[in-house]
Ligand binder design. Structure first.
Ligand SMILES: Cc1cc2nc3c(=O)[nH]c(=O)nc-3n(C[C@H](O)[C@H](O)[C@H](O)COP(=O)(O)OP(=O)(O)OC[C@H]3O[C@@H](n4cnc5c(N)ncnc54)[C@H](O)[C@@H]3O)c2cc1C
Length: 385
């Protein structure tokens, strides 16, 4: 049985208290209005949550992947959207911390840790999501700068963020194409960087997901991560491993919230002279929901622990992401069914969980991609000599 240590228990109980008091009472209202949860995010900033995975020497909390996953689970239990501002933010902290030069770490990590800098990952494009090698944004060296041309799609924190890790081709003819991808730290403010529309989404509302446009946008060459061209694909893919743990943890939190609402409702709603939780069909649903959530939690914390130990864990992280997010989607639907007609109304939270869950099977690399990664890993592990 996975058991959090004392410090982790304290952190989780502090976050839980904050979520119960400040998030749950307003989440559905803000979500329906598609309103940015400014006050909640400010409070998260005060807690230091923007610096969860930034080392203490740069002003962060220096928490493990496992502890961060616990925080994400608790926040997501209240409202998945509030993880958005610290989610890809933490991915870019991870990338800069692992691959940045000392100068880049000193320049960017303190501001990211205290939340003055709000980060995002500018990777996907209208014509390139799963197939990252197809990106067509170009970075051309001009003197002490690179000049960026192209556009990005689906960028979380695009409007309220100010610092991004951007993937661009520095060699469009490289073979294989991933060898031509480089990663840059870019900042808003200069001419040639425009934020387009906020995409109107099914769920994950309240936080913005935007298009970004670059027209001869200059980036100082010193912002090329690690100061070497052609390393961007590897750097970003490594960062996405931490994103998968955080997406999986969002899945557990969302599923837990849906389960709690369902088991509560099932004891209050009567049909045929008894609460519906006494009908065996409902009991079967509750049993499956509870079992899958517990299994998902164990998988996620086991994968996070492996990453904390510095071991190779792409297979385990892929399994955790796949299972936890498919569980979230299934449990959200079951919770809605247990609520009957009430579940279909906006008076109950389950309709929000049901709309939020599908993002989890898409974000951080789709679950179809996870299955490919898992299968490749398993075949390699069990190769016939
Ligand atoms: C709300 C939201 C927020 C996001 N935030 C960000 C962000 O902050 N930064 C960012 O860079 N991106 C972000 N994304 C983009 C996200 O990472 C991509 O949507 C995702 O990687 C899938 O890419 P795609 O949408 O282009 O789908 P496609 O790649 O076009 O895939 C379409 C379908 O084909 C399947 N498929 C593709 N290739 C294969 C294959 N080889 N085998 C089997 N099936 C395959 C996919 O699984 C999917 O079902 C966000 C997306 C959403 C919806």
């Amino acid at each position: 049985m996975f058991k959090p240590d004392k410090v982790q228990q304290q952190i989780v109980s502090g976050i839980r208290e904050f979520v119960e008091r400040k998030v749950i009472p307003v989440a559905s209202l803000l979500e329906h209005e598609d309103e940015y949860p400014r006050e909640i995010i400010e409070e998260m900033k005060e807690f230091g949550l923007f610096g969860c995975n930034v080392p203490e020497e740069y002003g962060g909390l220096g928490l493990s992947y496992t502890t961060f996953a616990m925080i994400v689970e608790e926040l997501s239990r209240g409202w998945m959207s509030i993880v958005g501002p610290i989610g890809t933010h933490s991915v870019i902290c991870d990338i800069i911390n692992r691959f940045g030069t000392d100068e880049q770490k000193r320049e960017f990590l303190p501001g990211l840790a205290n939340g003055e800098r709000r980060g995002g990952l500018a990777l996907s494009e209208a014509d390139a999501g799963t197939d990252v090698q197809r990106i067509s944004t170009i970075a051309t060296r001009k003197g002490d700068d690179y000049v960026i041309n192209g556009s990005k799609m689906w960028i979380t924190n695009g409007r309220y963020g100010n610092t991004f890790v951007l993937a661009a081709k520095t060699d469009a003819k490289a073979d294989p194409p991933y060898k031509g991808i480089s990663a840059f730290i870019i900042e808003k403010g200069g001419a040639g960087f425009k934020v387009g529309r906020d995409i109107d989404k099914l769920g994950y509302r309240g936080v913005e997901t935007c298009e970004l446009f670059f027209d001869n946008f200059p980036v100082p060459a010193k912002n090329l991560i690690g100061r070497s061209e052609g390393e961007g694909f590897k750097q970003i893919m490594t960062g996405l491993e931490s994103e998968r743990i955080n997406v999986a943890a969002r899945g557990i939190g969302l599923a837990q919230a849906a389960f709690e609402d369902a088991i509560h409702y099932s004891q209050l709603r009567y049909t045929f002279d008894k609460p519906i939780c006494e009908h065996q069909t409902i009991q079967n649903m509750l049993a499956e929901m509870g079992t899958k959530i517990e299994a998902a939690r164990l998988l996620v914390y086991s994968a996070a622990d492996k990453k904390d130990r510095g071991e190779r864990c792409d297979l385990e992280v892929g399994m955790a992401k796949l299972f936890a997010t498919e569980t979230a989607q299934e449990v959200a639907l079951q919770a809605l069914r247990i609520h009957g007609g009430a579940g279909y109304s906006k008076d109950h939270r389950v309709e929000r969980y049901y709309r939020d869950a599908p993002l989890l099977v898409i974000g951080g690399g789709t679950n179809e991609l996870q299955r490919l990664i898992i299968a490749r890993g398993l075949i390699a592990k069990h190769r016939v000599k």
